[in-house]
Design a protein around this ligand. Structure first.
Ligand code: PBG
Length: 340
């Protein structure tokens, strides 16, 4: 009886098929796997969000975000120094004002909390890139991202405020501003305001495709910024839309955006990829509060390994096409990466 040669149960087109091809060959040892790895995370990919509030020596942990704190300026400086030592090149600042009012006056005050934090961080760590979120929701008593008139968030009058906020951040020394309010024309208005004030060299990272996501829940506790009526669907994007994201990004680039952002990240990897393929500007992605909280919650129950799932998520976001990642894991992930 002659031995039958093994036969593929499917048509084999040529030699470049199993069994000649065995993809497992390059997975057999750590060395081989390292050699063929396509995506590498680096601490330099990360932008670290910080929440700053008035006072001294305050580190108040956000209950739904273990390891994330509302920080007084002195503590925010410590946090920035530590992140910088670990190789994280940038922070993005969110302010919790002393008082909220309809226009959010502290947002563009020279002694506002973010303006103080910018000056203190730049004085202590001059090479840290200090980015500021430009929005109104943390500063307004109604918690919306623009001026409210008869329970409607009005677009065009809001642009003037955004311009004032961006200029006041630049005056305090911000290296980059990041408008996140999703008003039409916000990037152009901020570019014009910065240029007119002599800040033509300050770049804009636009929250270009920002979705009306329920994954922002924990952030609204951290920044004390939930809308007091209604929701943000009148200005943030519908999670069901992808082509519209490309229009948002195209407009922001036309208005002068230097970097465009997709937010959230993990549930929107398809958007990150499409933006990356369609445009030549750097793409950032925001791994938002709910993404962070989910991983921590599961890890606390012993259901997931925090370090493993955090690094896997960040790698996926980078693989999808983001070259910058805003993440609450920035400091920890930098530490994990350094430890190999
Ligand atoms: C401000 C802003 C928000 C986030 C970033 N900038 C909140 C919102 O739009 O409600 C969310 C960040 C996060 O969830 O981590 N507009």
């Amino acid at each position: 009886m002659t031995q039958q040669r093994w036969q593929a149960p499917f048509p084999v087109a040529g030699p470049a098929q199993f069994p000649a091809v065995r993809l497992r060959r390059l997975r057999r040892t750590p060395g081989l796997r390292r050699m063929v790895q396509e995506t590498h995370l680096r601490p330099a990919d990360f932008i670290y969000p910080l929440f700053v509030l008035h006072g001294r020596d305050i580190r108040r942990e956000v209950p739904s975000m273990p390891g994330v704190f509302q920080l007084s300026v002195d503590q925010a400086v410590r946090e920035a120094e530590e992140a910088f030592r670990l190789g994280v090149p940038a922070v993005i600042l969110f302010g919790i004002p002393a008082r909220k009012d309809p226009l959010g006056e502290e947002n563009f005050a020279a002694e506002g909390i973010v303006q103080q934090a910018i000056r203190a961080i730049k004085a202590a760590v001059p090479d840290m890139v200090v980015i500021t979120d430009v929005c109104m929701c943390e500063y307004t008593d109604h918690g919306h991202c623009g001026i409210v008139d008869h329970r409607e968030v009005v677009n065009d009058p809001t642009l003037e405020i955004y311009g004032r906020v961006a200029v006041s951040h630049a005056e305090a020394g911000a290296d980059m501003v990041a408008p996140s309010g999703m008003m039409d024309g916000q990037v152009g208005a901020i570019r014009a305001a910065l240029d007119a004030a002599g800040f033509g060299q300050v770049p804009i990272m636009a929250y270009a495709a920002k979705y009306a996501s329920h994954f922002y829940g924990p952030f609204r506790d951290a920044a004390q910024s939930p809308p007091q009526f209604g929701d943000r669907r009148g200005y943030q994007m519908n999670p069901a839309n992808a082509r519209e994201a490309l229009r948002e990004v195209a407009l922001d680039i036309a208005e002068g955006a230097d970097i465009v952002m997709v937010k959230p990240a993990l549930a929107y990897l398809d958007i990150i990829r499409q933006v990356r393929d369609a445009f030549a500007v750097p793409v950032a992605a925001y791994q938002v509060s709910g993404e962070y909280a989910m991983l921590h919650a599961a890890a606390q129950r012993g259901w997931l390994d925090l370090q493993a799932v955090a690094l896997e998520s960040l790698t996926a976001i980078k693989r999808a096409g983001a070259s910058l990642i805003l993440t609450y894991f920035a400091k920890e992930a930098a530490r994990w990466l350094a430890a190999g």
